[in-house]
Write a protein that binds this ligand. Sequence first.
Ligand code: C5P
Length: 215
Amino acid sequence: MAVVGIVPAAGSGERLGASGPKAFVACAGRPLIDWSLEVLAAVCDRVVVAVPPGYEDGDDRVVGGRHRSQSVRAALEAAPEATVAVVHDAARPFLTVALVERCVAQVRAGWDGAVAAAPMTDTVKEAGPDGRVLRTLDRSTLWAIQTPQVFAADALRQALAVPDRVLAGATDDASLVEAAGGSVRVVEAPPENVKVTWPADLRAAEAVLRARAAV
Ligand code: C5P
C-alpha cells in the first residue's frame, strides 16, 4: 500500500494580501507549507506538491491548475503508485500525525474517503440574495469540512476524471467523490486545525506555532 501526500499549494492567497503565494509566506520562521510537509513526511511514503508556476524547483513538485481540484488532479497524476491519497491544504499548518492516521485508518477500514471536520458551533441559516433568511438548518447534523481528506486513490482518480468546469465548482475533493457515488465519512479534528486565510489568521497561527516550539 503506497500512501501519498497530495498538497495543493498553487493558490495565489489574495485574501492574505501577501506579495507571494500563500503557501510560501513566512509563518513562525519557515514557509507556511513546511509545517504540513513535516507531518506528512512522517506518515506518507511520498508527498507531491502542486505549486504555482515558478515554484516547481525541487523534488515532487508539479505546477497546479487554475482551481484547487485541478491542482489536486495534477499532483495525483504524478503519483500513479498511490493506493491511498492524503490531500491536505498547505494553508492548514496545525496538521498532526494522529489526525492523518485516524483518517487513513477509516479508508483502510473500507471507506472511499475520510475527511477532517469540526462540528458546527454557530447556528447556520440559508439566506437569499437580498439577505432575507430562507431557513435555519439543524446544527446538530452539520460539520465544517477541513483537510486532511484521505481517499482510496482510485476513488479520487475516478472522481477527478470530470470536466474542468466541474472541478472549478468544487470547494473540496470529498464532494467530487460523493458525487461519483463514493462513501465518505467525517473524522472529528482537533479545534486548532484552522485554515490561514486572512492576515489575522496568519498572526494567530504564528503565535501558536512559536509558543509550541518554545515548550
Ligand atoms: O483558497 P483556499 O485557501 O481555499 O485554498 C486552499 C488550498 O488550495 C491552498 O493550499 C491553495 O494553495 C490551494 N490551491 C491550489 N490551486 C488553486 C487554488 C488553491 O493548489 N488553483
